[in-house]
Design a protein around this ligand. Structure first.
Ligand SMILES: *Cc1c(COP(=O)(O)O)cnc(C)c1O
Length: 454
């Protein structure tokens, strides 16, 4: 390998064979998930929603968990993913910093999400499940699961938020191309969907409603379970392959990052790149780790650390997490994948432990960063990814001011080729910043006042 490669590639033989579980290295254990009665939940309480092999993983505190061979075989279609040095972006910024990005946009669905979708489809099939149900907002998770179910050989049903269903016809076509059933939510297939349609026939839908529909369908059939694309511990586990690969790639060039950056919606791509580096930090290594979110949905920076449910209908247990309140209605910002009201309990926990920092950015700064990235590195990032890019640019500019040669690693979570509407809006001057008004936040937080305290 040359001294100064543009991309650092691993062979398939060098792929990690185990996932990393940060639960093994926390100085304080995670607060237990609770039922609505305030009592800790038991594995059996979740048995109708998830298969038992995934529930065991969700609760495991083993540090290393083997990646099943059939999962590895499928991941090899696009993994190991390349680690790029953004030399042309560095030049444009005139920074002494070295910027690296882990390119997760090379997967067939275009983001990091298939890393967990393949594993979840596999464990469900192993458990004898025939159908998986899920929800999707912008469509990235729905398409990742649709593809994975097809490759593994089970059926997939996706409830897509009505407004995205109407506005993102190509994501819907991707899911159908991979053989999934995709319907607008609310639908008349579920009790909750019919109830909402009767009350508000023209509703645009929401993730909260779509989750409730998907869970309702999963629990009423023996051969059906539900899959979630972020937030839960097992999803963070499956995504750790990103950071584990990146560490090997840095080893190859004898470098180590000073700062690791990821955008955070539910927290999975951020956890994926950063948790293997946090292992080093917990064991004495010095580095900064930064999660970046939209200022319109500031879960980590302004949401309190509370017990809250994962959905509107309160079908999920209470999770200890930073939350804006389960009834939070996100403003229509373009980074659709960063609009969830809560944050992964594991990501929330490491913030509480002081292991990571969080920032919130406005969307115009992020689109500006995305364009600079496309103009220098060529790749067009997803609007979610542009938050990580904007934070990276802030760090690189600061390095310039300080005259420091720091090494920055960011997770390039996905491409934006299915999100060009947002780019169009930005380039026609239709994108504005929207810091969440304090009054709206307080209204939304009223919903968690009666929940048990952490
Ligand atoms: C879904 C998505 C995100 C946000 O989800 P996380 O669970 O926080 O990673 C970020 N980037 C892309 C490209 C996505 O598809």
């Amino acid at each position: 390998m040359s001294q100064d490669p543009t991309k650092i590639i691993l062979t398939e033989d060098e792929m990690p064979r185990q996932w990393y579980n940060i639960q093994a290295d926390l100085s304080k254990p995670m607060p237990m998930p609770l039922g609505l009665d305030g009592q800790p939940i038991k594995p059996d309480d979740l048995a109708k929603v998830f298969p038992m092999n995934i529930i065991e993983q969700e609760m495991s505190t083993e540090r290393w968990i083997d990646i099943p061979e059939p999962v590895l075989e499928i991941l090899k279609l696009w993994r190991p993913s390349p680690l790029y040095r953004a030399k042309r972006l560095e030049q444009a910024l005139g920074t002494p910093a070295k910027i690296y990005y882990k390119h997760e946009g090379v997967s067939p669905a275009g983001s990091h999400k298939p890393n967990t979708a393949v594993a979840q489809a596999y464990y469900n099939k192993e458990f004898g499940i025939k159908y998986l149900t899920t929800e999707t907002g912008a469509g990235q998770w729905g398409s990742a699961l649709a593809m994975s179910c097809k490759l593994i050989g089970i059926e997939c049903k996706v409830f897509m938020v009505r407004i995205s269903f109407d506005h993102k016809p190509f994501r819907k076509t991707m899911m159908k191309t991979w053989g999934a059933d995709c319907m607008a939510s609310p639908s008349n297939l579920t009790e909750i969907g019919r109830k909402i349609l009767a009350e508000q026939p023209d509703t645009p839908g929401s993730l909260g409603i779509a989750i409730s529909e998907a869970i309702e369908q999963a629990v009423e059939r023996e051969d059906t379970r539900y899959a979630l694309g972020s937030v839960l511990n097992h999803v963070m586990l499956h995504q750790s392959i990103i950071g584990l690969e990146a560490k090997k790639q840095f080893e190859k060039i004898g470098t180590y990052p000073d700062v690791v950056i990821g955008c955070a919606g539910g927290g999975s791509n951020f956890a994926g790149i950063s948790f293997p580096f946090l292992y080093d930090k917990i064991h004495g290594k010095e580095l900064r780790v930064v999660a970046t979110e939209p200022e319109a949905c500031p879960t980590l920076t302004r949401g309190p650390y509370v017990y809250d449910t994962g959905d509107v209908a309160k079908m999920t247990p209470l999770l200890a997490m930073h939350s804006l309140g389960h009834g939070f209605i996100p403003p229509a910002i373009h980074a659709g994948g960063l609009r969830y009201h809560g944050m992964a309990p594991l990501v929330s926990h490491v913030l509480e432990e002081g292991l990571i920092e969080a920032t919130a950015l406005g969307q115009t700064e992020c689109y500006e960063a995305a364009l600079l990235f496309a103009h220098t590195e060529g790749f067009i990032p997803a609007p979610e990814t542009s938050h990580a890019i904007a934070q990276t640019i802030r760090e690189a500019k600061q390095a310039k001011e300080e005259g420091k040669e720091k090494v920055i690693l960011m997770n390039w979570s996905g491409h934006g080729l299915m999100d060009l509407q947002g780019y169009d809006a930005y380039m026609s001057g239709k994108i504005e910043d929207y810091p969440l008004p304090e009054e709206l936040l307080q209204q939304s937080l009223a919903a968690v006042k009666d929940h048990p305290k952490i």
